[in-house]
Design a protein around this ligand. Structure first.
Ligand SMILES: [Zn+2]
Length: 481
């Protein structure tokens, strides 16, 4: 199996540390809001990687963190805490926010058929481990104190270890961007917080005084004063706790490649003196209507938004698989509808492949199986793997073998292809609109025809133009499982 390693910027043969067991860590969500369909592109990719490793005979231990302690809104160490901000917005405590959105994330993951991780590690359950790791770094002289926290000294780290900070990053130099307030007390711009004080100067809770940061719901006692961990330390502490000081694969969204992951490397390797992770995989951003997705733009759709349109979350999973994870994928509602109907077509094919008739082409079964595995083993070539599925559908091998093959492919794809497709009667009003639309199309009134199509969509029906005329289907509304 070959995977593209962001550390070396090369496709490499995957060689795990232990012959049979693979340890992988995925940077999970910060639970202050619903995760977007962009975030889920990363989590589905991690899931496909895990399933592909399993297909290759490895026993995978999958660990994901849940960041349930306040991150700051900027990329840096100043600014407002995301969880605290959400708590204010929703008139809840930060703990309630973390619980609510943590559960929502779990539900959405299930809907996308993401296998449960072996360990889901919450940052707030691992404060002790984070403090211990900072202590280790302190012991090596890689930390210093400012009025607002304990910081990691990237220059000292480079000098003492000979390591180069920020190798993972594609930026020439990690610097404080214009979005981020500059912190004048930092020795070097790239230094980052390991521990933040609730009270200026690191006072204890009792000597609390009026301070902007002192109305937090989440804070802990530490050797340096009352406060909370910095943005990055949880991932180092928790991944090493569950996977060892050196482990095989670490995945995450491409945004984490510039700061968060370089910081994880520096903290971990600074503390242990060992290599932290052998393979880094980063998933490219999802675009929406050709634009960058963002909460402020209003296009950061969620799994619930998909369901509200009557489209099932697994259609989204299908759509993700149609593009390679390192290529940009442009989300449009039309593309998602297309994915939904492709998935339904696949399911109806699979449900027809149940006859016991035996056919020829035994040799071809192996050929298809190899093709499918080769596609995934080549840096998770999911578009090619999907193409093999459709090749099998069209092939001349027996129905029984087709069914068996596609069901075994689904162990990796996770599309629930054996689900019985919903056959529904199309009501009269919808059928009338189909005819209306056909008429408009004949007259080449495309805009009006499209308006009718949208009306149908609002009524819960999709339409697809095939060689044998328009095909109408009721949108599937999946209930909470
Ligand atoms: Zn992380």
């Amino acid at each position: 199996m070959r995977i593209f390693n962001s550390l070396t910027r090369k496709k490499e043969e995957f060689k795990p540390i232990h012959a049979q067991n693979v340890g992988m860590y995925t940077c999970g969500p910060t639970v202050y809001d619903f995760s977007s369909i962009g975030n889920f592109r990363t989590y589905v990719t991690s899931d496909v990687l895990r399933r592909t490793l399993t297909l290759n005979g490895y026993k995978v231990k999958s660990v994901m963190n849940i960041t349930d302690v306040g991150h700051l809104t900027g990329d840096g160490d100043l600014g407002e805490d995301k969880l605290a901000k959400a708590a204010k917005r929703e008139h809840k405590t930060a703990w309630d926010i973390a619980k609510f959105y943590g559960e929502a994330f779990e539900k959405d993951s299930k809907k996308l058929n993401i296998l449960p991780h072996d360990v889901v590690a919450r940052a707030t359950d691992h404060i002790k481990e984070q403090i211990q790791l900072i202590r280790r770094l302190e012991g090596k002289g890689f930390t210093y104190k400012t009025s607002d926290g304990i910081y990691f000294d990237t220059v000292k780290y480079e000098k003492d270890t000979g390591a180069k900070y920020g190798e993972l990053s594609t930026l020439d130099e990690i610097k404080e961007g214009s979005r981020v307030e500059k912190n004048p007390e930092k020795k070097n711009p790239r230094d980052f917080a390991l521990w933040k004080f609730s009270y200026k100067g690191g006072r204890s809770f009792d000597s609390a005084q009026d301070d902007a940061a002192s109305c937090r719901h989440m804070e802990w006692e530490s050797p340096w004063g009352f406060g909370f961990p910095g943005w990055h330390i949880e991932c180092s502490a928790m991944s090493m706790k569950y996977l060892g000081e050196t482990f095989d694969v670490h995945t995450g969204g491409e945004d984490l490649r510039q700061t968060h992951h370089p910081n994880e490397v520096a903290q971990s390797e600074g503390a242990t003196g060992k290599k932290f992770v052998n393979y880094w995989m980063h998933v490219t951003f999802l675009l929406v209507d050709g634009k960058r997705m963002g909460k402020s733009v209003g296009n950061a759709y969620t799994v619930s938004d998909v369901e509200k349109k009557g489209i099932e979350p697994l259609a989204l999973r299908y759509l993700y698989l149609t593009a390679h994870y390192r290529d940009p994928l442009n989300f449009t509602w039309e593309a998602l509808e297309g994915a939904q109907s492709a998935l339904e077509r696949l399911r109806s094919q699979v449900s027809n492949f149940s006859s016991q008739e035996s056919g020829g082409g035994k040799g071809k079964v192996k050929e298809y199986r190899d093709k499918f595995t080769d596609a995934l083993d080549n840096d998770l070539g999911t578009p090619q793997a999907l193409a093999v599925v459709w090749d099998v559908v069209k092939s001349d091998i027996s129905s029984v073998d087709k069914r068996k093959l596609i069901l075994s492919f689904d162990e990796v794809l996770g599309l629930e292809v054996s689900k019985v497709p919903q056959v529904s009667k199309v009501p009269k009003e919808v059928r009338e609109r189909v005819r209306q639309r056909e008429e408009l199309r004949k007259q080449e009134k495309w805009d009006e025809a499209d308006k009718v199509r949208k009306e149908m969509l609002e009524m819960g029906y999709t339409i697809k133009d095939t060689d044998s005329g328009p095909q109408v289907k009721k949108l599937r509304v999946t209930s909470n499982k």
